[in-house]
Design a protein around this ligand. Structure first.
Ligand SMILES: [Zn+2]
Length: 493
């Protein structure tokens, strides 16, 4: 059986990948597409931000089951915000060490649902040799101690993570974890240097035949696209491609490498241009809002979790939930830059139903049911205005090209137990200002339910179905089952 490499290129926009390939700047990706199958519209999770999508890629389920709700969220049990690093200044607001602990340690050990296996855990249980480069989700069955031979490793070991973490058999995480000496330097995990670290470690693992499955993470495209806009991705996709070429070279060149290795390449989400920002805190200034500082939750009515082109609002006063949700919906209703407002309410038979509201007040109510099928075959009962999602019905099927897989993604986001009570999706061109005061105006961003930042690229060769037509719609939920079935394991999640 071929070994398998899962390559995640953060925020890779299909149009930019195609441009890079056409310009001859992405020969390794071009080869994978030519030998295999290319899907130009794989649907992200919602909110389409990296932690949520990374958890879906590595578990095969949505946030209702993996429970990573967003980039920033409010931990009701602990009465505080969790900040996975929306921006450095947002991390500083939350406390840099606390944000680092949440991102590196608690996301895997506490926040990611314990009962939902990761692809690493499933493969570890089957006795396969797993490996991972620096990636948000790494949970596996093998214990790793902090690497104490780097400055960051020593600081972290003395202040943050004294206990071992559980990861794949071979784990390399920035300068913090290294399951063996490779000579590769993590450069503190700084943007621009991270792809190179992955390429260095991955090549070592290929050369020494140390894995059956490896997650090969290339995050630098996302930061470049945030700063310089999606059009600038050709350069960072070309840079990511060079690390893939390096991997192929370590395996004896592209022909030999692809004889021995199957490859799946996926985006986690896309990016769209940002032209203006939205200040949620100003729109909700009449409420008492929890702040990220130590005692900031005392007496607060709401918590706000802006996350790029999405946002969540938590009602903290449980006894007034219904009233406060209505007040919040009214307060953000005509806020410029807010496209869709979503919440759960009690339906006719007291079963929960989701509500999506468009600017102007039109509402669509829905819940799992029987009346309409979506492109993935899930069935829904729908009531209200389909125009909210620019959707229409054809032969009993719901078609919704502007908001791909909209009902399932919104439902999974709203049903996530750690999510807010009201979720927002930004209009094209808009981004919510984060807790550090940062938005990427003039650059790119992502997070919404809209197609512009939700559709990424998925390509594979040496594994998986032979034709993209096998499915009408591909989503990130398909990646883990593809990996499991490559190794002959049941893909039912
Ligand atoms: Zn991003």
């Amino acid at each position: 059986m071929r070994k398998l490499v899962l390559v995640v290129i953060d925020a890779m926009k299909p149009e930019m990948l195609e441009r890079a390939i056409a310009a001859g700047r992405a020969p390794a990706l071009a080869r994978i597409a030519a030998d295999g199958v290319y899907v130009s519209d794989v649907v992200a999770a919602f909110p389409s931000v990296t932690p949520v999508c990374a958890a879906t890629i590595t578990t095969g389920v949505g946030p209702d089951r993996h429970r990573i709700p967003s980039m920033n969220w409010y931990h009701r049990g602990e009465g505080r915000y969790v900040e996975y690093g929306s921006s450095f200044s947002a991390s500083r607001q939350a406390g840099v060490l606390r944000s680092l602990t949440d991102t590196v340690y608690r996301m895997n050990a506490e926040h990611l649902a314990a009962e939902t296996p990761t692809v690493f855990e499933s493969l570890d249980d089957a006795g396969l040799r797993t490996a991972g480069t620096t990636y948000l989700i790494y949970r596996g069955r093998h214990e790793h101690e902090v690497a104490q031979d780097s400055a960051l490793g020593r600081i972290v070991a003395s202040t943050l993570f004294r206990q071992a973490i559980l990861g794949p058999r071979e784990l390399f995480y920035a300068d913090l974890y290294a399951s063996r000496r490779t000579g590769c330097r993590g450069q503190l995990g700084l943007p621009g240097a991270r792809d190179q670290h992955t390429g260095c470690v991955g090549s070592y693992l290929v050369e020494h035949d140390l894995f059956d499955f490896m997650l090969f993470s290339l995050p630098d495209n996302d930061s470049n696209s945030h700063r310089n806009g999606p059009q600038a991705q050709v350069a960072s996709i070309a840079a990511a491609d060079r690390q893939l070429e390096r991997l192929m070279h370590a395996g004896g060149g592209p022909d030999r490498f692809l004889q021995d290795h199957a490859v799946i390449v996926t985006s986690d989400h896309s990016q769209a241009l940002v032209e203006a920002s939205v200040r949620l805190d100003l729109a909700l200034a009449d409420f008492r809002i929890a702040t990220p500082t130590g005692s900031g939750s005392v007496g607060a009515e709401l918590a706000l979790s802006p996350a790029q082109r999405s946002a969540m609002i938590y009602v903290l006063d449980g006894e007034r939930r219904e009233r406060l949700v209505a007040d919040v919906v009214a307060a953000v209703a005509e806020l410029r830059g807010v496209d869709l407002t979503m919440w759960l309410s009690a339906g006719a038979d007291a079963q929960p139903e989701a509500v999506i509201r468009a600017p102007g007040g039109a509402e669509l109510h829905f819940a799992p049911g029987s009346a309409l099928a979506d492109l993935r075959g899930n069935r829904w009962d729908v009531d209200g205005d389909l125009g909210v999602l620019a959707a229409h019905v054809q032969d009993g099927r719901l078609l919704c090209p502007d908001y791909p897989d909209a009902l399932a993604r919104a439902w999974e986001a709203l049903r996530c137990p750690t999510a807010g009570d009201v979720l927002l999706s930004a209009a094209p061109g808009y981004e919510f200002v984060d807790w550090g005061g940062v938005a990427h105006v003039g650059g790119g961003s992502h997070g919404s339910l809209h197609r512009s930042d939700s559709l990424g690229a998925l390509l594979w060769c040496g594994t998986g179905p032979e034709r993209r037509e096998q499915r009408e719609q591909w989503t990130l939920r398909e990646v883990t089952p593809m990996i499991l079935s490559h190794f002959g394991l049941p893909a039912g999640v």
